[in-house]
Design a protein around this ligand. Structure first.
Ligand code: ARG
Length: 455
């Protein structure tokens, strides 16, 4: 492509370090779409003769058919997908192919192709996340009133409903979707026509190419356009936060599936066995979702560090933008799909969860609240009295509701038998009916809203 200036070809390692075709061939559809929009505009503006523009467009269509049928051939000598496609075009239609690159540089070409690719990636992630939300909603509805222990410090704190717990993840995924949507809106401007860095002297129509490629308009600064990879970083940062959420859910599935907890059984389809221990049923998929989150964060770090020291405008370092985005996208897609499959098929042991929810004096706060509400104690005093009751039950190795009324009255005579009805886990969760609280009615109300929002 630049033979006019050079007497010798590149060293073979030069060829290897320089080539991005092994990975950027993944953008062939975007590359062809960008070229077609560009050449149509060149034709419409009279920069390239109409019949040449026509021949180039038809040639690009043939190449697209060929790539779709046979894949993109990898020839390191052709460096990248942009050169490979242009070389193929020249084979097909001859020297007219050389008119395609008028008023364009690979710098604005690659910036455009990659934006188009990331935009598609955002859309794919968005629909995957919507599927995960639907799965969470369905399971939450089924278990709106199933009681599980709520934890702080991984110590039993207060009973909550499983529906409420699952809806917490629904909220996280909703924020992830909105982050991806924000990123999409921000990236949807077209760099094509910025040329190498300074714009071009040809009478191009950047608004036309932007519209043809589904962008909201052209970017506003040619230097920024060819050196900006914020859209890829936005994607990776949204992916990082999303992976972080998936990893937390995976971690809970792993804990819940462990024998001491036994809250949940993974279906056969989402478990693995052990080659030595015949009894084993391991949550490998959940562990890999947790593991993949680390790698996705690594991809985000990789591109951040690549970009942080680059002067304007394009530097070849920026070619390293694609592998971390592709890797993170593949890992995230798998993680979302695996998590959706697991959530859909988890078998919850509601009896065990309920028993665990009763452990650890989990309704002690309800007792203290009753002392405030029905016996008129100040909360701090009620907290102290309840502490003494818990201590007594602990010494005797029994639950709060197993203490006799006499024993309770001995600690504080204002207590009466109405208290017992409040010490069950069901009464406890039902009482937490503040907006966004764990009471089954609240959970059902939030599920109804979430369903309406999802459709
Ligand atoms: N393969 C290159 C990349 O991915 C295309 C841009 C090359 N531009 C250049 N001036 N060498 O960044």
């Amino acid at each position: 492509m630049w033979g006019g200036r050079f007497a010798e070809g590149p060293a073979s390692v030069m060829r290897e370090i320089n080539a991005s075709i092994p990975f950027d061939k993944r953008m062939w559809q975007q590359d062809i779409a960008g070229s077609k929009a560009h050449v149509a505009m060149l034709g419409a503006q009279g920069i390239v003769a109409a019949d040449d523009a026509q021949a180039i467009g038809a040639g690009l269509d043939r190449i697209a058919d060929d790539y779709a049928a046979n894949g993109v051939p990898v020839d390191l000598a052709l460096e990248d997908i942009h050169m490979a496609t242009e070389a193929r075009l020249a084979d097909l239609i001859g020297p007219t192919a050389g008119r395609l690159h008028t008023a364009r540089s690979r710098n604005d070409q690659v910036a455009t192709d990659f934006r188009l690719w990331v935009r598609d990636a955002v859309d794919m992630v968005g629909s995957g996340l919507k599927g995960l939300q639907a799965a969470l909603l369905a399971r939450a509805e089924e278990h709106a009133a199933s009681v599980i222990p709520g934890f702080t410090h991984l110590q039993v704190a207060q009973p909550v409903t499983l529906g409420h717990h699952l809806m917490a993840y629904f909220e996280m995924i909703a924020r992830d979707r909105s982050r991806f949507a924000d990123a999409r809106a921000r990236m949807n401007l077209c760099p094509l026509g910025s040329a190498a860095l300074a714009g071009t002297g040809y009478p191009i129509d950047r608004h036309a190419t932007a519209a043809a490629l589904g962008f909201d308009g052209p970017t506003r600064n040619s230097l920024d356009s060819v050196s900006d990879r914020d859209f890829a970083l936005d994607y990776l940062m949204a992916a990082t936060q999303c992976a972080l959420h998936l990893s937390r859910l995976a971690e809970e599935v792993i804990i819940w599936a462990s024998q001491p907890f036994g809250f949940v059984k993974l279906s056969d389809a989402w478990s693995t066995g052990s080659s030595i221990m015949p009894q084993k049923r391991n949550p490998d998929a959940a562990e890999l979702v947790r593991g993949h989150a680390g790698r996705i964060m690594g991809c985000m770090t990789a591109l951040s560090v690549t970009m942080k020291g680059l002067p304007l405008a394009y530097s070849k370092d920026m070619q390293d933008d694609k592998p971390p985005v592709f890797e993170a996208h593949d890992l995230l897609g798998l993680s979302i799909a695996a998590m959706t499959g697991m959530v859909e098929t988890l078998r919850f042991d509601t009896d065990r969860m309920r028993i665990a929810a009763m452990a650890g004096f989990s309704t002690a706060t309800d007792l203290a609240d009753w002392l405030v509400r029905d016996a008129g104690l100040p909360f701090r005093e009620a907290h102290h009295v309840t502490g003494r009751i818990v201590k007594r039950a602990e010494e005797k190795g029994i639950g709060l509701a197993d203490l006799s009324l006499d024993e309770l009255k001995a600690i504080d005579e204002r207590i009466d038998e109405r208290l017992y009805a409040l010490l069950t886990v069901d009464a406890s969760v039902a009482s937490r009916a503040s907006f966004g609280g764990t009471a089954p009615d609240q959970v059902r109300a939030r599920i109804a809203e979430a369903k309406a929002a999802l459709d």
